[in-house]
Write a protein that binds this ligand. Structure first.
Ligand code: FES
Length: 595
């Protein structure tokens, strides 16, 4: 951090919050609220004289409340910049009659109560989201007695206790009597891998954090009795299995089973009841101290940032990468990258690796000074645009601007447009065309594919990234399914315009399939939500026209689901056979009348 603070090309904005992001790759406009520090950081020498005279005492967040700080304080010893900060909601005020003791003693005269928050705007080419994590709040799982018993600590609290720079200078003490405990238990997966409370995912770091803590404790207190209660120990990673073995060799007792109850004894020790799932026996044991190995949650700022940048989240609430294998540090929004636990729980090594990759991706994008975009973008046909604003509403990338009130036609920002085609499919006035996937090109394919014996065919629109790749996978896996599917590739299922469907039925298609990525996996953020809405709308219209709505199917198939693709196609075959020639002719006649 010190290096980053000193680097001539890095502008470090501390005590700052991103309030808005507009723009696109190469030209993001970021609005930032720079909060008032009330201390001139360029003058402050961090001598600490101000804190010595400050009468306000508050829990120190860095030491998880195990020690105290003043209303004017240094957040932690290695903080950058190395300067004090004043918390205005805790300070007694600058009226000398009230306090202002810090102002009086500051030799550098760097405390200024008249500072105020500043709004600034920065223009940047790319953005790396590294919002970190939140530890799980153990108060939610109170069966372990975190809020009731003095000697139940969180792993974070233990971490500060055994740290040489911590509140006890590294001495392990029991909070109830400040004596060194003779026995310590660790409960794993607190807030992880649970459908009941916390997350269902593995938090990745807790097992090895516990193993590390047991090694530190054994090094300082060789006779200490340590028990670790676990579901399973996940020690994957370079050298981690060795650390786990070393911990066991040193006598740490790993017991497979999570305690069912924790009770406090009169001497403040803790009685644990646990089923040892290796032996099936219920065991009771007394421990001086219990440590809850906390899982991790996405950072609190995740939701707000997701809305600002148009990003996607996983069901667990972490940021979703553009592709898990091919673009693991890229967001779906071009020019945005992820580092660290913003994307998923990970340890320091993986966070550093991902941060380096994100930085390299950003440099690769920016170093030329110009951005090359894919030619597959939307183009507005101004004469046809009625300025209704629908295209801007559906664009997942906010790449279209249109002034509905002043009737100024839509404009597409080619740098921000990713080419999903949802705008073109939603435009009622045919005022948008998609380069390389124009209406004429797609209807031309429909006509060609259904030119002969259309009743034998299943017309299929498949999105490039998932369904088309899934069909390909089924092919290379030599999976058998009826050979009558006729595929039309579109970049996203969101591109499938209503008129392509009607054209298909008009040309005699018995069954039409629209297929894309699973909801939440669309490569254009949430464009396939519009596919769902559109298909629902077409279904209603089909019912009104007396056309069986089953003849238009919507299925989600991912690139890895070759088997599912073959199953879907096999399942459609009986439906296709059930559509008689008479039914097709009637549909064609109804639609011709509509035209
Ligand atoms: Fe597959 Fe959008 S990219 S549905």
């Amino acid at each position: 951090m010190t290096d980053a603070g000193r680097h001539p090309n890095i502008k470090l904005l501390t005590l700052s919050e991103v309030t808005d992001v507009k723009g696109y790759v190469g030209n993001f406009k970021v609005r930032i609220r720079k909060k008032a520090r009330y201390v001139d950081a360029s003058q402050c020498t961090a001598c600490g004289d101000c804190a010595k005279v400050c009468p306000v005492v508050r829990p120190d967040e860095f030491n998880v409340g195990l020690s105290s700080r003043k209303a004017i304080y240094s957040p932690f010893p290695q903080a950058v910049p190395s300067a004090y900060v004043l918390n205005p909601s805790e300070c007694l005020g600058h009226n000398p009659a009230v306090c202002a003791k810090c102002v009086e003693v500051c030799g550098k005269k760097c405390i200024d109560f008249h500072m105020s928050d500043e709004e600034i705007e920065e223009t940047v080419g790319s953005i790396i989201v590294a919002t970190g994590l939140e530890p799980y709040d153990p108060r939610e799982l109170d069966e372990y007695g975190y809020t009731r018993f003095d000697n139940v600590l969180s792993s974070l609290e233990l971490e500060r206790l055994v740290n040489a720079g911590g509140p006890t200078q590294g001495h392990l003490i029991r909070p109830s009597d400040r004596k060194t405990p003779r026995s310590v238990g660790f409960i794993q997966c607190v807030g992880s891998r649970s459908a009941r409370k916390g997350g269902e995912y593995c938090s990745n770091i807790c097992c090895m954090n516990t193993v590390k803590s047991t090694l530190v404790l054994k090094e300082h207190y060789p006779d200490i009795d340590i028990k670790v209660f676990y579901i399973d120990i996940r020690a994957f990673g370079k050298g981690f299995e060795d650390l786990f073995k070393r911990s066991r060799r040193l006598g740490v007792n790993y017991l497979r089973g999570i305690p069912g109850s924790v009770e406090e004894m009169p001497d403040k020790s803790l009685r644990i009841a646990v089923e040892n799932t290796a032996t099936g026996a219920i065991e009771f044991m007394d421990l001086d101290m219990l440590v809850l190995a906390l899982g991790v949650k996405p950072s609190k700022s995740t939701r707000r940032l997701q809305e600002m940048l148009g990003l996607q989240l996983t069901p667990d609430g972490f940021f979703l990468e553009a592709h898990p294998k091919l673009q693991p540090v890229d967001a779906a929004t071009r020019g945005v990258f992820y580092a660290g636990c913003a994307e998923a729980p990970k340890d320091v090594k993986d966070s550093v690796t991902q941060a380096s990759a994100a930085a390299a991706r950003a440099i690769r994008l920016m170093h030329k000074g110009e951005i090359t975009t894919e030619p597959i973008t939307s183009v507005i046909i101004e004469d046809k645009c009625k300025c209704c604003g629908k295209c801007a509403e559906v664009c997942p990338y906010n790449a279209i601007t249109v002034d509905v009130k002043k009737k100024i036609p839509a404009v597409v920002n080619a740098a921000a447009c990713a080419g999903c085609g949802t705008c073109a499919a939603e435009c009622m006035f045919d005022a948008i065309t998609m380069n390389h996937f124009t209406d004429e090109q797609i209807t031309g394919q429909v006509n060609e594919l259904l030119a002969e014996n259309p009743e034998d065919k299943i017309l299929t629109f498949a999105c490039n990234w998932c369904s088309y790749a899934g069909a390909d996978y089924a092919g290379v896996s030599r999976l058998q399914y009826p050979p009558n599917a006729r595929l039309i590739r579109v970049m996203c299922s969101g591109r499938v315009d209503e008129k392509f469907i009607w054209e298909g039925f008009r040309k005699g298609a018995p069954v039409i399939l629209v297929s894309g990525c699973h909801i939440g996996d669309c490569h254009y953020i949430d464009a396939n939500h519009w596919t769902v809405k559109r298909v629902e709308k077409i279904h209603k219209k089909m019912e009104r026209l007396g056309i069986r709505k089953e003849r238009l199917q919507l299925e989600w198939v991912s690139a890895a689901e070759g088997i599912r693709w073959a199953e879907v196609m096999r399942a459609l075959e009986p439906l296709r056979k059930s559509v008689t020639k008479k039914e097709i002719d009637e549909t064609v006649a109804v639609l011709k009348k509509q035209k």
